[in-house]
Design a protein around this ligand. Structure first.
Ligand code: ADP
Length: 312
């Protein structure tokens, strides 16, 4: 049986009151059971999209459904399927950690006795059980994040959405969060996370959408995206005019015009092979440049922002 769609977004737009167009018509499908990354630089629109899916932000137009439930007509039922871990810490810092979870389960109609059991289960899973009587205020930053994850899990959501779950979290905690998220996904939970850590998306996610300036500029499997990043497209200007793309010893060649071809070169290729094939074909090259690749440019920006975050 084909997997259900956990999330379907159609032509979603958001214009904030100050006129800023944060989402310019995005379309996205996330299948049930997927581990999906929404990647993009700061300001791309990731948090806005998540805010709309979780009904914290009003959309300007477009439709969203969660497991087939339209959030406009079936808001409560759709919300019951979702657990969300926001980017900003939004805990009641004076409330006891255990109660934070029990009360959250209560909002979803989980009976008190069951809520207690779940609070225990998820506090233990997030290594916070020994802090159950403490208040959130006394937890470290990493513990607060873990508590927010536990809180998002108490209603046992089918779809877990995490907005930058490991931003500012040290590497050890990050790895233990990854292990937990993998476990939850293996147990069948659909997970969507936003991140600007490439390593995080690459290590966890099967599918990925890259959002930049309110638009989705890439939506593919993680392995395809990685492959695309490992190739470069060169534009070669030829001395002789040609009528069709030449055969070049297995290289992927496209004709741009009678004097220009584009050749795709992967990281394993050797440029000498390319020039050998060109000479063998009687073609002389008068100039060569790389075609700029939006995806690579974006990744460069992401890496830069990652370095900024990592800098002391
Ligand atoms: P990301 O999560 O990818 O960093 P956001 O969704 O937070 O991006 O922001 C997208 C754009 O919307 C940014 O330009 C941001 O400044 C703007 N924005 C976010 N929230 C508001 C708001 N409440 N009012 C006006 N503009 C906002």
């Amino acid at each position: 049986m084909p997997a259900l769609d956990a999330l379907v977004i159609n032509d979603l737009r958001k214009v904030y009151r100050n006129g800023l167009e944060a989402l310019k018509g995005i379309n996205l499908i996330v299948k049930e059971g997927d581990f999906f990354a929404l990647l993009g630089p700061n300001g791309a629109g990731k948090t806005t999209a998540i805010g709309i899916i979780t009904s914290l932000v009003n959309k300007t137009s477009g439709t969203i459904s969660v497991f087939g439930l339209d959030i406009d007509s079936h808001l409560e039922a759709a919300k019951a399927c979702i657990g969300v871990v926001p980017q900003e810490v939004n805990l009641n810092i004076f409330e006891k950690n255990e109660n934070i979870l029990i009360n959250q389960a209560g909002y979803y109609g989980v009976p008190r006795a069951e809520a207690r059991l779940r609070a225990e289960k998820y506090l233990k899973a997030l290594h916070l059980w020994d802090r159950r009587h403490d208040v959130a205020r006394n937890l470290s930053g990493g513990m607060k994040r873990r508590l927010m994850i536990a809180r998002a899990l108490v209603n046992e959501p089918r779809l877990l959405i995490l907005d930058e779950p490991t931003a500012g979290v040290d590497i050890e905690i990050r790895r233990s969060m990854w292990a937990l998220l993998r476990q939850l996904n293996e147990a069948g939970m659909t997970i969507i996370l936003t991140t600007h850590y490439l390593e995080e998306a690459e290590s966890l996610c099967r599918n990925i959408a890259i959002i930049d300036d309110g638009r989705i500029i890439e939506n593919d499997s993680m392995s395809n995206v990685v492959r695309k990043l490992q190739r470069e497209v060169f534009v070669l200007t030829l001395r002789e005019a040609i009528g069709q793309a030449p055969e070049l010893n297995g290289f992927d060649v496209t004709l741009r015009n009678e004097h220009e071809i584009e050749v795709e070169v992967t990281k394993e290729h050797n440029l000498n092979d390319l020039f050998g094939a060109l000479s063998a074909g009687g073609l002389s090259v008068t100039s060569m440049r790389t075609r700029s690749n939006r995806l690579e440019e974006l990744f460069m920006r992401l890496v830069e922002s990652k370095n900024k975050v990592a800098a002391p």
